[in-house]
Design a protein around this ligand. Structure first.
Ligand code: C2O
Ligand code: CU
Ligand code: CU
Length: 500
């Protein structure tokens, strides 16, 4: 951690020099902008992650078996890349479960080191959360179980071992977890998996001369590893064959650090229909959408027969001091959509989507403030045995979160979906008016987040809150809270042990 902080300090110095325009550094700075618009051949079909199969357990639960394993994956011509995957060599299957369903998992760790699987966005007991306190030993099996009880949403899973999350995710441990419910199914939204309801795990990767993943923070960068090639569902430069007028894309920013500013090559507008935790009240039409690492969005796009159009990432405003080095000026082609000569189905999404609860008028049990700066939150680094605070079960809290330094951060809270009350005192923009568990923190702005903590009290086992730029998280920009029942007080984190 020390070494990296020192490097970062040097990086800022270089950033400063670059701004002054020193010769070689100026060239380096100019070359740091990537532009792949119009340059990707799009010669591979977009693979759709398979749906995880489940057995029926004794208790009526659906039991999923997930094997974490090392392997080799062929991303490009030449040598295969050493990767990790779940039930495969890279990424993992899509898990699908319905609200009200009991799920169980056998998570087997086939690596030669400890890892974990965290269910990002899921409302569940802290002991089942798969965070830093639920590591699975090499060769071990962990068996979490819970009842899914939250609205339909696009959630996901990834490792969360403290200090190594960035590394484990970069190697390929990521998958989607889709929650279904009756309300969402009753809507006339595109919903045929892989046909007009398309998962898209978007990641950036850097490759070395032997086609191996290179985990390299750009010299002078501030966010951690930034790759120059974009993968969707583990494939570089894919195309997707469109057969319907409307297609729903379930976008996950599965990158460690890169911010995407999604849009289409012809600047067409599309509808945002769901954020991290579920459907919006109504579709919001836009032509650009930011997603920071860990955020999801469901968008609905309309196509014309026979056309071709690309999903892209456009340059972003939020770069700050050394933005170009961290990829903020990049122009990146991501996926090409190829529409068939005739297209089936409806032409517009439903006008009304879901009832989104409003916490604005609720009595607030506690207000807290969180300032993110220098790999810390409120001046403190993550400590495994320190519980930062306890929240009362059933109560509503308002958390005010600020990014107080020159770099990009975001903020993720486990167990709950929150409501953005205000941004700098103003009502949030439409894309922040739905259920969120991760939010981009634009520098200097104040975000007031309301959340209600229900169920699953445990005074000893914490949930995490943290920056989801994984290098920042690993470097300590994370804290822990517990949910307390009536009369309970903050306890003591149990001695850590891996699941053997
Ligand atoms: Cu996506 Cu604490 O996790
Ligand atoms: Cu999470
Ligand atoms: Cu951060």
């Amino acid at each position: 951690m020390r070494r990296r902080t020192a490097l970062k300090a040097i990086g800022i110095g270089i950033g400063g020099l670059v701004v002054l325009g020193g010769g070689g550094l100026g060239v380096y700075y100019a070359a740091a902008k990537r532009d792949t618009f119009g340059k990707i051949p799009f010669d591979r079909a977009l693979p759709i992650p398979s749906l995880a199969e489940a057995d029926r357990g004794g208790s009526g639960a659906r039991v999923f078996t997930l094997g974490i394993q090392p392997g080799e994956t062929r991303f490009k011509d030449g040598p295969a890349t050493r990767t990790w995957g779940v039930n495969g060599t890279y990424l993992g299957p899509t898990i699908r479960a319905r609200r009200g369903e009991r799920v169980e998992f056998a998570v087997h760790n086939g690596l030669d080191q400890e890892t974990s699987l965290h269910w990002h966005g899921m409302h569940l007991p802290a002991a089942m959360d798969g965070g830093p306190h639920q590591p699975v030993a090499a060769g071990g099996t962990w068996r979490p179980r819970w009842t899914v009880d939250q609205p339909a949403a696009t959630l996901w899973y990834h490792p969360h071992v403290h200090g190594a999350t960035a590394d484990h995710m970069y190697r390929g441990l990521t998958g989607l977890f889709i929650v279904d419910d009756e309300d969402a199914e009753a809507l006339n939204l595109p919903s045929e998996y892989g046909v007009d309801d398309v998962p898209m795990i978007v990641q950036d990767r850097a490759f070395d001369g032997d086609n191996q993943f290179e985990q390299r923070t750009p010299l002078g960068g501030s966010l951690g590893v930034i790759g120059d090639e974009i993968l969707v569902n583990g494939t570089i430069g894919p195309y997707f064959d469109v057969t319907t007028r409307l297609v729903r894309l379930r976008l996950l920013n599965g990158s460690n650090a890169r911010l995407y500013n999604f849009g289409f090559s012809d600047d067409r507008s599309f509808w945002l229909v769901a954020t991290d935790g579920g459907l919006l009240a109504e579709p919001w039409e836009t032509d650009r959408l930011y997603l920071s690492p860990g955020e999801r969005a469901e968008i609905v796009v309309a196509f014309q027969p026979g056309e071709r159009v690309e999903l892209r990432s456009y340059p972003s405003d939020h770069g700050g001091l050394v933005g170009r080095l961290d990829g903020f000026d990049d122009r990146l082609d991501i996926c090409q959509f190829r529409a068939a000569g005739t297209l089936a189905g409806a032409a517009v999404p439903p006008a009304e989507l879901a009832a989104v609860p409003d916490l604005a008028g609720e009595p607030v049990a506690e207000g807290r403030s969180f300032v993110l700066a220098s790999d810390q939150i409120n001046g403190r680094s993550m400590a495994m045995d320190r519980i930062d605070f306890g929240v009362r079960e059933g109560s509503v809290e308002v958390w005010e979160v600020t990014n107080d330094n020159g770099f990009l951060h975001n903020f993720h809270v486990h167990d709950v979906q929150f409501q953005v009350l205000t941004v700098d005192g103003q009502p949030p923009e439409p894309h922040l008016r739905g259920r969120k568990d991760t939010i981009l923190l634009v520098q200097g702005k104040r975000y007031r987040l309301a959340m209600r903590f229900t169920d699953h009290t445990d005074p000893n086992m914490p949930y995490m809150y943290h920056c989801h730029l994984l290098q920042h998280e690993d470097d300590g920009m994370m804290g822990q809270f517990v949910v307390l029942g009536e009369g309970e007080r903050v306890g003591v984190v149990p001695q850590q042990h891996s699941h053997p």
